[in-house]
Each structure stands twice: as C-alpha cells, then as structure tokens.
Design a protein around this ligand. Sequence first.
Ligand SMILES: Cc1ncc(COP(=O)(O)O)c(C=O)c1O
Length: 292
Amino acid sequence: MSKKNNFDNRPGYIWLDGKFIKWNKAKIHILSHGLHYGSCVFEGARIYNQKIFKLNEHTKRLFLSSKILGFKLPYTEKRINDACNQIIKKQNIKNGYLRPFAWRGSEMMAISAQNTAIHVAIATWEMTTYFDINKKFKGIKLQTSKWMRPPSNTAPTQAKAAGLYMICTLSKHTAEKNGFDDSLMLDSRGYVAESTGANIFYVKKNKLYTPIADCFLNGITRKTVIQIAKRNNIKVIEKRILPKELLKADEIFLTGTAVEITPVSQIDSKKFSVGEVTKKLLSLFSSLVKGN
Ligand SMILES: Cc1ncc(COP(=O)(O)O)c(C=O)c1O
C-alpha cells in the first residue's frame, strides 16, 4: 500500500497535549494504556465552509465520554474549542473532518490505571462524503450483523469510547466481505439499534421512526434531524423497532457526522428506494450545514 495517504504521514500539524506538533512526529509510547485497555474516547465533527458544525456539542460529548470512562481532561471546554478552531485554520481546512481524542498514557501497564496522565490530541483533514458519492444518493446496502450492541449495563454505551468500536469493525469487515457497505446492528433484546457508525431512521406513511437511544449513541446528527423534521411538520416517533417492522418501511436512512444523511437501498435481501421524505430532509440538512 502506498505510504502517501497514510494517516501517519501527512503535511502540517496535529494539536497534541497543548502544542502544534508536526503531523508525522505526533507519536505516543507503544505501552500507552489507551492502546492496550481501550481507555480512549474520541469525537468526530465536520467542517463546512471553514467552520466546525456543532463544535460545542462535540466538545461537551468528549468531556462527557471521558467522565464516563473515569478520567478528567486537563483542559477546559473553551481551551479545546479554541484548539479545534486553531488547528482547522492552521491546516487550512475548508470542508473536512475533525478528530479530537483523549486517552490514558503509559505510566501504568495494568488494568488499574489511576495514575496515568491524560493526553489529548486534535487532528483534522479534508473530507467529502463518507460513502462513495453515488451511494450517497442511490443508497447503501446494509447486512444484519451477528454482533449486537451491548446493553447499557455491560458497557459505557453513552460514551463515544474506542472500545465500543471493536464489534463495529468486526461487523463492517464481514458486511464488506459479503458485498455490502455497512452493517445493521441489533441490540441484545433483538431491537434495531444502529449501524456501525451512524444512527438509523425509517419512514412509514410520511412519519419518521427511530429507535430509542438507550444502548447506543444519541447522535448529534440524530438530534439535529429530529429537530429539522419537527420544524417541518414531519412527525417523529422514537420507539423500540423490530427488524421485521424496519423491513416494511417506505424509506430508510442513516444519520451521523461522517455519513450526514445517507439513504439505505437494501437491508439483507430487501430493497428500498430513496423516497421523498429522505430527499426533503437531505435538502434541509444540506441548507442547514451550508449556513453553518
Ligand atoms: C456508533 C455511532 N453511532 C452513532 C453515531 C452518530 O453520532 P453523531 O451524529 O453525533 O456523529 C456515530 C458517530 O459518531 C457512531 O460512531
């Protein structure tokens, strides 16, 4: 594989522990707790027209995630917001992605990690669509995963924590191997939960349905789409959804910072078309972020 576009070798800087470090010099020790035991939390935000969309919400969630994992970031929210704004300027990002993250350092190499230093870094890069641009409009194919989202008493499900993505990568690899774009994940009760990195909605008779976010991230985009829908007189119902109900939907789409609003054209062998409600929400969302 070419080294050119690897994430460890790019021009410019990464904000690391309060300083701008040359991108390819931004390194950690291999015995970091965050790497071995999953004590790492992260955010993903988008930059539209040189401005970070919902920056405050993302920073607040980064602090909440670290609190849930039992560590305290050594900065204020304002300092992190300022650093985010500074790094996108320094990297001259117009439309892209922002990745703030925090993890436990290498002072202790054991399950107990009370005395580890907490590190914070922020990286950013240009990014267009998460899925191929054609798929963004025609819809993506989801395959139901054999992995389920853990119940909220078995994992810190409201944190955007690295460890929770282990089953997402496993699921997505299987889906891709089988010719799908992503996975549909159910929860431990057999209800529809989300995909590997985005929330899910369906439309039935012009009403919008989405699962109750009680064991997965209540996404910032999910909340934004609910707000846009309500403002535009589209009824939104949050409820427990069985897979067989989802398969009877008129339209299905995913929401998330990376995927924005992405229509779903297939779940397992069942096909769906991109309908009018999805198109309307896509257009409203696109206007909202353009006016960011
Ligand atoms: C597992 C998972 N669910 C949902 C979301 C959507 O969250 P948001 O809209 O805040 O990006 C994300 C992305 O952050 C995610 O990784």
